[in-house]
Ligand binder design. Structure first.
Ligand code: 16C
Length: 247
């Protein structure tokens, strides 16, 4: 019926065997483990995270990093969402079926390889930011359960002979993204849509891959990252309404 989400579609609770025999597995495992650990770390300490956007439970921090005049500011966002689980959040972030519904920076998305139920390779082109050239990206995406009621999706740039960089109109950018989520509910109760809360940590580092004006780039991400996280979380809440909670 229209009210049931395919259980088979949801991120699997354990790593798919087909992924562990793939040539990308050692890299996927290492980078995912590192990214998930870093995502769950706080923003205190001397690393120097600066708050640049705040709205309700959502807080966004960045560090200003330039390499040869190119902006590569790491971003870290924290949010809390009620009524949806970590697994559901990651399901909608990972599964390409929903991507055009929440991702507003996309021009095109191509599935390059379906590695397993929990890993894929994507090619994406993005809307052009004037006056820079249009960008594209080629990255693997992996969803996993990291502990009880915690799931995460890691996206990281890769290469593929069929998708060479910088041959057409686009400049290839490089991305490392991690959406790490953890759900909690009151001790002694069963989890339900009414009592579950999911904490979200979203970390992103984008290397523009070639010249782009620093001022324009910082103005764009200051607007686009909050827009993305609000839109994506609202989208998941809407999608999950009237569906059984999947922990
Ligand atoms: O994580 C997000 N989306 C995932 C699924 O698509 C995936 C994507 C990662 C790509 C992130 C890079 C996006 C570059 C977009 C450039 C065009 C923006 C157009 C804006 C509208 C005019 O992990 C959610 C991603 C949310 C992205 C927010 C925008 C970040 C901009 C960062 C600066 C990019 C440098 C581009 C150099 C011209």
């Amino acid at each position: 019926s229209v009210h049931t989400r395919d259980q088979v579609d949801l991120p699997p609770p354990a790593i798919d065997n087909r992924l562990t025999v793939h040539s990308l597995w050692p890299e996927i495992d290492r980078i995912s483990t590192e990214q998930i650990q870093a995502a769950f770390e706080g923003v205190g300490g001397d690393i120097g995270w600066q708050l640049f956007a705040e709205e309700g439970d959502m807080k966004m921090y960045r560090r200003e990093v330039e390499v040869d005049g190119m902006v590569m500011d790491p971003l870290k966002a924290m949010h809390k969402v009620r009524g949806v689980s970590a697994r559901e959040m990651c399901h909608y972030f990972f599964n390409p079926r929903y991507r055009y519904e929440w991702e507003t920076t996309l021009e095109t998305m191509t599935i390059v390889e379906e590695i397993s139920s929990d890993a894929m390779v994507f090619h994406q082109t993005f809307k052009r930011i004037w006056p820079a050239s249009q960008r594209d990206a080629l990255f693997w995406s992996h969803v996993r359960s990291s502990s009880d009621y915690a799931y995460a999706v890691t996206n990281h740039s890769t290469t593929n002979v069929d998708y060479p960089a910088n041959t057409g109109a686009c400049i290839r950018l490089f991305v490392t993204v991690c959406l790490a989520c953890r759900s909690t509910y009151p001790a002694g109760e069963q989890p339900t849509r009414d009592n579950v809360t999911t904490s979200i940590a979203y970390c992103s580092t984008v290397n523009p891959g070639g010249w782009a004006p620093a001022g324009v780039l910082r103005a764009v991400y200051k607007r686009e990252y909050p827009k993305f996280l609000k839109r994506f979380t609202n989208y998941v809440v809407q999608q999950c309404r009237d569906k059984p909670l999947a922990m």
